[in-house]
Design a protein around this ligand. Structure first.
Ligand code: PLP
Length: 350
């Protein structure tokens, strides 16, 4: 099997890092304070194992979404949750399904369980073929919504019709939903076969902490609890994530800022003639063009290298027709966005 290939994490300073959709702002101060409190008395509490089922964290996630904790399973990043779902529900003869393109981790996790992968193509209009998903034969289908790397969001009504039509477990991977206009959390109480996964890595600016969770019907939660590691979220991560979830104000302010910068970035690139996808997450997928170069795989590669030489990192996805001519640009601070746009202007003249 081949491993997941993460975006580059450069060593040393001076990079404008717009390649892995991290939040450009520091996390909630309440999360830091919770870690400090957990470390009093020279960290004596670290002698003890954490809550095995992350109970206080699950309650905080429940409060955040209006569920009780029986609907929540916490994980070491939402990648842990995705892995648990595949371990529990997929395997030989029980394929996973996914949109193509979407998150390239799903096939890696499936391979480790000897589960086949069925890919359903995103349509040219950047939509979901509900019928194709319904008939794809997967035991578990992963719907990345908003889609990464495309950036588009599929409406709640489309996801509702998928939940009705698809006979297996429908997992809506909402890693970027906090940046979108809507989410599918309500479908978890409407359907017995809908799971929503969330992460603290993007909107909450805690990628380094590794916390994610599933919102799911209690029966699914029971199954996931059976297959997870007994202490799958560490003590510091539990308290910091719970405090971050309770700090709504921080989230509202930060998400509003990221959305404003995203919309400014998308508008600026459109004005330069780049082909820009609708962007619902904290990143923009856009195909570079200049007066000398049409949109193409080579143009995207040329622009990528030009930026990289100026210590600006973005991401390329050369393996799919809907992404190969494009760059995926994470939304940075206002200043990072200006540095990026200045470099783009220089590339366009070159
Ligand atoms: C970032 C991302 C995740 C992973 O989140 P972690 O909680 O950091 O593991 C899951 N799904 C998608 C689509 C992502 O982009």
């Amino acid at each position: 099997m081949s491993p997941y290939v993460p975006g580059e994490q450069p060593q040393g300073g001076g990079w404008v890092k717009l390649n892995t959709n991290e939040n450009p702002y520091p996390p909630s101060l309440r999360a830091l304070e919770a870690v400090r409190v957990a470390l009093v008395n020279d960290g004596a509490a670290l002698r003890l194992y954490p809550s095995p089922d992350s109970a206080p964290l699950r309650e905080a996630a429940g409060r955040f979404h209006g569920f009780d904790a029986a609907h929540v399973v916490a994980g070491n990043g939402s990648d842990d949750i995705l892995n648990l779902l595949i371990r529990a529900y997929a395997g030989p003869g029980r394929p996973i399904g996914m949109l193509n393109p979407s998150y390239s981790l799903y096939p890696v996790l499936a391979a480790a369980q000897h589960a086949e992968v069925v890919k359903v193509e995103v349509t040219d209009a950047l939509g979901v073929d509900v019928d194709a998903v319904a008939k794809c034969g997967a035991a578990v289908f992963f719907l990345t919504n908003p889609n990464a790397p495309l950036g588009v969001a599929f409406g709640t009504e489309v996801v509702r019709s998928l939940a009705k039509a698809f006979p297996g477990l429908l997992v809506v991977d909402e890693a970027y939903a906090a940046f979108a206009d809507a989410d599918c959390v309500a479908l978890v109480s409407e359907f017995p076969n809908v799971v929503v996964t969330r992460t603290l890595s993007k909107a909450h600016a805690l990628a380094g902490l590794r916390v994610g969770y599933a919102l799911c019907p209690p029966l699914v939660a029971e199954v996931l609890h059976r297959v997870r590691d007994s202490y799958n979220v560490d003590r510091l991560a539990q308290v910091a994530a719970a405090a971050a979830l309770d700090d709504r104000e921080w989230l509202d302010v930060t998400v509003a800022q990221v959305r404003a910068t995203r919309d400014r970035l998308a508008a600026a690139l459109r004005k330069l003639g780049w082909q820009v996808n609708p962007a619902a997450g904290n990143f923009v997928l856009a195909a570079p063009v200049s007066t000398k170069r049409a949109a193409s795989v080579e143009t995207a590669a040329h622009c990528f290298e030009f930026l990289r030489a100026r210590k600006i990192l973005v991401r390329r996805f050369p393996n799919h027709r809907l992404t190969e001519k494009s760059l995926r640009i994470s939304v940075g601070t206002e200043q990072e966005t200006d540095v990026f746009l200045q470099a783009v202007a220089a590339w366009m003249e070159g």
